[in-house]
Design a protein. Structure first.
Length: 159
């Protein structure tokens, strides 16, 4: 599993740009800025929609006031699902929604979580992190099913 001091894995992610799917390399996305990154097991899932994503939307200004340049959500979902979820949750430009459709980032970072027994396939562990110029500064990984340490509020204490 990735740890403090490690560089983020080099993979290609997707995000929506001008209404179209666009690739973005993880290296380019994190280069030269401080990013609050959080990972969720899946878009539209109960805890992710009711707590995790809203915590970052509601605390976007507070994170930026502490020197965070960008906030990003990553999930093992396709770019269209991430875009639809963003619209439903009225994220706007507060959180960049990154699609890791094939789970390449999750696997390379050692953050994959196998929910195949529940019919959900391989997903991200729920986590939050501060990534500064591509290097992990803080990492909070939840135990299976938990939501205690990966909220925006917790990350605010650590920035």
């Amino acid at each position: 599993m990735i740890k403090t001091g490690d560089k983020v894995p080099s993979v290609t992610l997707l995000h929506m740009e001008n209404g179209q799917p666009a690739p973005v390399s993880s290296e380019d996305f994190f280069k030269g800025r401080k990013v609050a990154l959080f990972g969720v097991p899946g878009a539209f899932t109960p805890t992710c929609s009711a707590q995790h994503l809203p915590s970052f939307v509601q605390n976007a200004d507070a994170l930026q006031a502490k020197g965070v340049d960008a906030i990003a959500c990553i999930a093992v979902n396709d770019v269209f699902v991430m875009d639809a979820w963003s619209k439903q949750e009225q994220v706007g430009d507060k959180v960049a929604m990154l699609a890791d459709g094939s789970g390449e980032f999750a696997k390379a970072a050692g953050l994959e979580f196998d929910l195949s027994a529940k019919g959900l396939g391989v997903r991200n562990h729920r986590f939050s992190a501060i990534i500064d110029d591509g290097v992990v500064q803080t990492l909070n990984v939840e135990d299976a099913g938990g939501y205690q340490i990966s909220s925006a509020e917790k990350l605010l204490e650590q920035v």
